[in-house]
Ligand binder design. Structure first.
Ligand code: MG
Length: 460
């Protein structure tokens, strides 16, 4: 999500002049607009040969409680698919959609990005915009704001000799395994960051620490868990946290380590437009790298796969695939990423898709592996992007359950299931890998904590 670009219609005169013969209609509409003081911003986030993606923001000068927005596209648009709306329809060039409930209110003076959509055709402009039946934007034509093209990162340099990425290259899903560039089944192992915004120090963003973990612990993959919903996380500061994630991606490229870009959320289906914008931009700029893996939804809670989680994944995967045709995407599953069997019965279509399985060994045991075996037998490819030798809360009580953790490790090894252990930070939880005083740059042999020795013993 980029900074919102508000367009105050200071140039109403210019719009009226441009429309010439319609000027009388425009003047009428302006009066209605002035009465309600609404404004609709139309921002094109990305476009490709045959279609585009856009976000819609509404600015309300008077409070809005529930909205129906409509407009006419000036260009030929078809196949529109909007999210976070109800009752969307496209009739000819006339589009209508209503709020989804949770995004229905806009406070006085607030600009709120209310929904997004993808469509076939070219963006053109929108005109005759109305909110709740009242003309906005003077009723004139609204050219889209276009997100600036970010500068491309440096061209891909070969991964450094002897590093995991140099050994394995581009990844793909082969049956229910992961394969390297030579078509060999591989198991990648590593660790996850803490929720980025809750780290006690910026361990995840430190290149020296990443290289130290690669060389001393043997990690091959690092997961960057970008918190989304809590106060101070992504939804509050999208550009700031996206930049931190990019730092981790660049570090991983330089270190020759795989990196999982984790949209670390529990209600991501309620923030689909934000997720689509985030992954669209990163897939556009980093999808050419061999070492990037996308993870759009950390842990859905107890929500329905078919009606809630799967449609979210379909939207985000479509957004990623519009930019990046091939990098692996790991899809979160209901009940804190344990219901892989449910996903297996109704999988998302597409290529190079895997599914997220999480376990915490004081809580999760053979019955969870049975569910996972059901998924494997159905042909699903799994990636354990979090685990702990602890209780499911991450080990608030400090306990470790190594016997059951070993059964999981053996099961993952037998099935070549890749994993990243939770989590790189200092704290009391038994899943915190580091103890107080651990330097931000690595060198942690005297700073191991909780389940860290067990995790490290099971790294390559
Ligand atoms: Mg790619």
């Amino acid at each position: 999500m980029q900074v919102r670009r508000r367009r105050r219609l200071a140039a109403v005169g210019a719009i009226a002049a441009a429309l010439g013969a319609s000027a009388l209609t425009i003047a009428t509409a302006q009066n209605a607009s002035a009465a309600t003081g609404c404004e609709v911003d139309y921002t094109v986030v990305s476009s490709w040969g045959s279609g585009f993606q856009a976000n819609i923001s509404i600015t309300a000068d008077e409070p809005i409680d529930g909205w129906t927005v409509e407009w006419d596209f000036t260009g030929a648009v078809s196949g529109i698919s909007a999210w976070n709306v109800t009752a969307q329809s496209l009739s000819g060039n006339h589009f209508t959609a209503s709020d989804a409930g949770w995004n229905g209110t806009i406070a006085s003076g607030q600009t709120r990005e209310v929904f997004g959509f993808t469509a076939s055709g070219s963006p053109g402009a929108i005109e005759h915009t109305e909110v709740n039946g009242v003309a906005c934007d003077g009723g004139g034509s609204q050219e889209p704001t276009t997100e600036p093209e970010p500068t491309d990162p440096d061209p891909t340099d070969p991964a450094p000799d002897g590093t995991p990425v140099e050994r394995h290259g581009r990844l793909s899903v082969c049956g229910n395994n992961m394969c390297n560039e030579d078509g060999q089944e591989i198991q990648l192992r590593g660790v996850s960051s803490m929720w980025l915004h809750w780290q006690t120090q910026p361990y995840a963003q430190n290149l020296a620490a990443l290289e130290w973990m690669r060389d001393e612990w043997g990690i091959e993959v690092f997961r960057v868990a970008m918190g989304v919903e809590p106060e101070g996380a992504y939804l509050d500061d999208p550009n700031g946290w996206k930049a931190e994630v990019e730092q981790v991606i660049r570090n991983a490229e330089e270190a020759g380590v795989y990196v999982i870009v984790d949209f670390h959320a529990h209600q991501a289906h309620q923030h689909r437009a934000a997720a689509v914008a985030f992954f669209t931009d990163l897939a556009d700029r980093y999808g050419h790298l061999p070492n990037v893996i996308w993870e759009p939804y950390n842990e859905p809670e107890q929500v329905d796969w078919a009606s809630t989680v799967k449609p979210y994944h379909e939207a985000v995967v479509a957004a990623i695939r519009a930019q990046d045709p091939d990098n692996i995407v790991v899809l979160g599953t209901p009940t804190w990423s344990q219901d892989v069997d449910v996903a297996a019965a109704n999988p998302v279509s597409g290529t190079n898709l895997m599914y997220t399985l999480h376990f915490y060994s004081c809580t999760h045991a053979q019955w969870n592996r049975d569910k996972a075996n059901t998924a494997l037998n159905a042909g699903l490819a799994l990636f354990v992007t979090e685990w702990g030798a602890s209780a499911a809360d991450g080990g608030l009580d400090g306990r470790v359950c190594l016997d059951e953790a070993q059964r999981w490790i053996d099961w993952m090894g037998a099935n070549k299931i890749s994993w990243t252990a939770w989590k790189l930070d200092v704290g009391n939880d038994s899943t915190n890998l580091l103890s107080a005083g651990a330097p931000v740059t690595g060198g942690w042999n005297n700073y191991l904590h909780g389940h860290a020795p067990f995790v490290i013993a099971n790294l390559p």
